[in-house]
Design a protein around this ligand. Structure first.
Ligand code: PMV
Length: 371
């Protein structure tokens, strides 16, 4: 008798909590915003930064299609206006470490955004690219998050789509520098370049209108040499540029390469594109190898692949080149018209150097979408 009474009591308690929650949810008026954003691959690399999260040098990248992050924010009015309040979930699981990082970031930028005073945020994020592929997701993740936040802010302060993108790019930059370049499809420039008076260190600008047709269907086959997390983070790598012996030379090299790359993209000069892409990838890794302390992110397999790509290009005349991010994986960049030939070469010669013969088939894309 007592037991069943207790059970009834518990049941009625559960029902009460459930009803309360339902009531609260109704009262809360939960709103939702959702964006999908791509990752991007830099041809001229951003390496080294100055406060506050500004690049030491200009960089140029193109946005991808398949490597994407989808982020949804549910938001509702909160009582305490003074502190930022947010929860972060990745693929359904709460991630306390990352949550702490973004709350810290949101607190720093709180004065510039009304939304942080007004709303509690529940952020749900997931990636479309394979788990543990060794591909950095910070660019797509930070870009999708920034676009969601700016869409919420747009309800509170009136600004147009162009402003939304520009402000999202500036905000994404705080989370991850390269994320600023994922806001638009096609090619993006972040940092100052004399050819574009509206270019800025604060945000990226789209430069696709100025690109030759031959560069509009670029492919990126990403060869997964290692999927494990890299031993030295990009944040640590950027810091090592502050006192780097080659700092001035590197910044000048990147400036010249940005201008030359933009000229090549405009005129359809694939040879110059190849030369700059490979020089930039090697320079990025050379900076790591010559920093104090020095470190190495390429693996023997990365070098095997690089050698084979150069040989294949020399022997067949195929317009193809490689680039690398801060990791051992190789991005093969080439126009769509040679895809069949390249994939034959990849399968017969290169996959043997990849972890579990793993690769990702990607290409230049249209940029983020609101869903
Ligand atoms: O965006 P971050 O801060 O993780 O820096 C990454 C920089 C590189 O990917 C190595 C180069 C680039 O320009 O994307």
């Amino acid at each position: 008798m007592t037991i069943s009474k207790n059970k009834d009591y518990l049941l009625s308690l559960n029902t009460k909590t459930w009803l309360n929650n339902m009531f609260k949810k109704k009262k809360r008026n939960i709103k939702t915003v959702k964006w999908q954003s791509p990752s991007n691959i830099a041809i001229v690399k951003y390496w080294g930064k100055v406060p506050v999260q500004l690049p030491m040098n200009p960089s140029v990248s193109f946005s991808l299609t398949n490597a994407r992050t989808e982020t949804e924010i549910q938001y509702w009015e909160k009582e305490n206006k003074d502190t930022v309040s947010a929860e972060f979930y990745f693929e359904g699981k709460r991630k306390h470490e990352f949550e702490k990082r973004i709350i810290q970031l949101f607190t720093e930028i709180q004065p510039a955004f009304e939304l942080f005073d007004k709303y509690h945020l529940r952020i749900d994020s997931k990636n479309t690219f394979p788990h543990s592929a060794g591909i950095a997701s910070s660019a797509s993740a930070m870009c999708a998050l920034a676009l969601c936040l700016l869409s919420i802010e747009q309800e509170l302060e009136a600004f147009d789509e162009e402003d939304l993108k520009r402000r999202a790019s500036a905000l994404a930059r705080y989370g991850s520098g390269s994320a600023s370049r994922s806001v638009y499809g096609g090619f993006n420039l972040w940092g100052e370049c004399m050819f574009f008076p509206d270019s800025s260190k604060e945000y990226a600008i789209p430069i696709t209108n100025h690109i030759h047709e031959d560069f509009k269907d670029l492919q990126d086959t990403i060869l997964i040499v290692r999927s494990e997390e890299k031993s030295v983070s990009s944040t640590a790598g950027h810091k090592l540029m502050n006192d780097h012996a080659y700092k001035v030379a590197r910044v000048n090299q990147a400036k010249t390469n940005t201008e030359n790359l933009i000229n090549a993209l405009q005129s359809g000069d694939f040879d110059t594109f190849i030369q700059i892409s490979e020089e930039e990838a090697m320079s990025l890794h050379a900076m790591m190898m010559t920093s104090k302390p020095s470190y190495l992110l390429m693996k023997p397999e990365s070098l095997e692949i690089i050698e084979k790509v150069k040989k294949f290009r020399n022997e067949t005349g195929t317009p193809i080149c490689f680039t690398l991010d801060a990791g051992p994986n190789i991005h093969l960049i080439y126009p769509k018209k040679v895809k069949e030939k390249v994939m034959k070469f990849v399968k017969s010669e290169l996959l043997q150097h990849c972890e579990n013969e793993n690769y990702i088939d990607d290409h230049i894309g249209e940029g983020p979408v609101k869903i």
